[in-house]
Design a protein around this ligand. Structure first.
Ligand code: DAH
Length: 341
């Protein structure tokens, strides 16, 4: 029996040296030292041994167990280290892999159009004049020649604060008199961009908030010819050198005379298409000569000074330029829309 044990021991040691993976080591442990392993089974064979030899046999079984356990621990540590090294070598960081592209933000279509417009008027010597979205009744209506009960107020219902004299501006024209009061008696060339608000039914064509860009020039000897020249040049720079403009008589309380400017359709070159509704023309802005009453509110003597003003909607221009058919896209924060610009 003791010879069997010795040869088992020898064989187990040889096999341990050949086990070169965690898996092989586990198999080895199960076969030799585990609860049903052959060495373990040997200790149950005590009954088959001559009583006199039992102590020697028992001691030898224990020695073999301990020796194999020690060898197993060493071998395990060695194999684990080697496996780890192999895994590190195999899964090494490949710095040549292309990185993930960071998501880049873009400019909102309104911002794009507004910046185009700023640049054009900036080149013509217009400064940007900023005024607040929250205005008084005077700024939004009275100083623009719309006294209380004036019928033109009906078209511009807005949102009022608890103080009915304080409201959200319905148009950037509300900044005109503020600019004049700041600059007079110096001449003025400013554009007034900003968000405007109206209490409207929201539809594909109308929103309760939208941008406007207002323009205002006041000085000596400013005539309707200056207005036409400035705005025609603007239209060519924004929509293309071949564009033509036409001015149709219109009405605004704060200008006299008043006009609406159309630009020849840039899509069909004025031949007639869906965009221009087969008229060849696109309506772009309202304009006119600043009304004497407005000049007076601004501190300018209308007998000495004159001026022109205009107002346009960047969202409307963006819709024409980019073929957007629903104004509600602008403030819906839908990335599928925004990512296209
Ligand atoms: N304020 C007008 C509107 O909201 C637009 C406008 C028309 C502005 C004529 C002007 C102008 O300065 O002269 O519809």
């Amino acid at each position: 029996m003791i010879e069997t044990l010795e040869s088992m021991y020898q064989e187990a040691k040889d096999r341990l040296d050949a086990a070169d993976s965690t898996e092989a080591l586990e198999d080895w442990f199960r076969a030799h030292l585990g609860r049903k392993g052959e060495i373990q089974l040997m200790s149950r064979k005590m009954g088959e041994i001559e009583p006199a030899d039992r102590p020697l046999f028992g001691r030898r079984v224990n020695e073999v167990k301990q020796s194999l356990q020690g060898a197993f621990d060493l071998r395990s540590a060695d194999v684990k280290q080697r496996e780890m090294n192999a895994s590190i070598a195999r899964d090494a960081l490949d710095v040549t892999l292309p990185g993930r592209r960071p998501q880049r933000g873009g400019l909102h279509p309104s911002t794009r159009v507004m910046r185009d417009i700023y640049r054009i008027f900036g080149d013509m010597g217009f400064q940007i004049y900023r005024s607040s979205d929250v205005v008084t009744d005077q700024e939004n209506f009275e100083w623009l020649n719309m006294p209380p009960e004036h019928p033109a107020r009906d078209m511009q219902d807005t949102f009022y604060t608890t103080d009915e004299n304080v409201l959200l501006r319905t148009h950037t024209s509300a900044g005109q008199v503020l600019a004049m009061r700041e600059y007079h008696p110096e001449p003025i060339r400013v554009i007034l961009p900003g968000m405007c608000y109206r209490n409207e039914q929201i539809t594909a064509r109308s929103e309760i908030q939208f941008h406007q860009i207002e323009g205002l020039a006041v000085g000596h000897h400013i005539t309707f010819a200056d207005l036409k020249g400035t705005l025609t040049e603007f239209a060519k720079r924004l929509f293309g050198e071949n564009r033509q403009t036409r001015f149709r008589a219109s009405y605004f309380p704060f200008t006299e005379p008043s006009a609406e400017m159309d630009v020849s359709c840039f899509q069909c070159d004025a031949k007639g298409c869906r965009l221009c509704k087969y008229t060849g023309w696109l309506e772009i802005l309202g304009c006119g000569m600043v009304h004497p009453v407005v000049l007076e509110y601004g501190g300018y003597d209308p007998n000495e000074y004159s001026g022109f003003a205009f107002g346009m909607g960047p969202e409307r221009i963006a819709m024409l330029k980019y073929g957007i058919d629903d104004i509600r896209y602008f403030w819906s924060s839908d990335l599928r829309f925004l990512e296209q610009f």
